[in-house]
Write a protein that binds this ligand. Sequence first.
Ligand code: ADP
Ligand code: ADP
Length: 236
Amino acid sequence: NNKLSLKNINVKYGESLALKSINLDIYKGEFVVLLGSSGAGKSTLLRTINQLNPLTSGELDFFDLGKIRNKKDLQNLRKKTGMIFQQHQLIERNTVFQNVLTGRLGFHSLLRSILPLPKFDQELALDCIDRVNLLDKALVKVKELSGGQQQRVGIARALAQNPSLILADEPIASLDPKTSHQVLSMLKDICKKDNISALTSLHQVDFAKEYGDRIIGLSHGKIVFNGKSDQLSDEI
Ligand code: ADP
Ligand code: ADP
């Protein structure tokens, strides 16, 4: 199975439907942009894929794991999914290296580890930091970095999971245009190189057109567009 499939997914908050009959396939190595205005349901859709938000009904098939049926499947799905957030959600008083190791080991195991960390994990974390060009900042505290550098640490932390899929929730929303281009092109290049699938939510049509192999337009919890960027009119 070389794709992620969302089949007829509905998500409710109380009585209100935030996602309505979502059907969507994302293929191995595809860089897909989820485009929609505020409140469209982008965040809910991303969080439904790794079930930080439970789905009300519907089904998920996740690459080699196939259909997600139980807790064990869900744990495996989460292990293979890296997440990037708008406000990066890094621990600012910790170093780049510590933050990226957290992605590798999970937060609790890092807190518990008084023993020296396994060499493998340290090397993998450094390799991920290298891939986002921040090796010279590895031992610098995150709070001392620029917004663009912080978001690159977020990318490195996601990579440390050795993911099949990266979910990025408005990763450029708090960056200036120039930095936004740097971060998005770096994310896309890394995904292409490593054959990682990505679903990245954005609210800017121009960025979506430039970076999306395919664009999914979301409005009021429904998919209203699914196609290549040249088929997208500017009004969406
Ligand atoms: P987007 O990411 O596109 O801005 P969201 O997924 O955050 O959209 O929100 C989609 C809809 O669901 C909005 O109407 C929002 O108000 C609602 N919503 C989001 N999170 C919750 C929540 N935890 N409880 C209730 N309603 C929510
Ligand atoms: P429990 O009943 O102990 O909570 P389940 O095995 O029913 O455990 O579900 C565990 C998790 O897997 C839940 O978060 C649920 O949302 C998710 N899940 C169950 N079935 C599916 C499915 N078909 N597709 C996606 N997620 C599912």
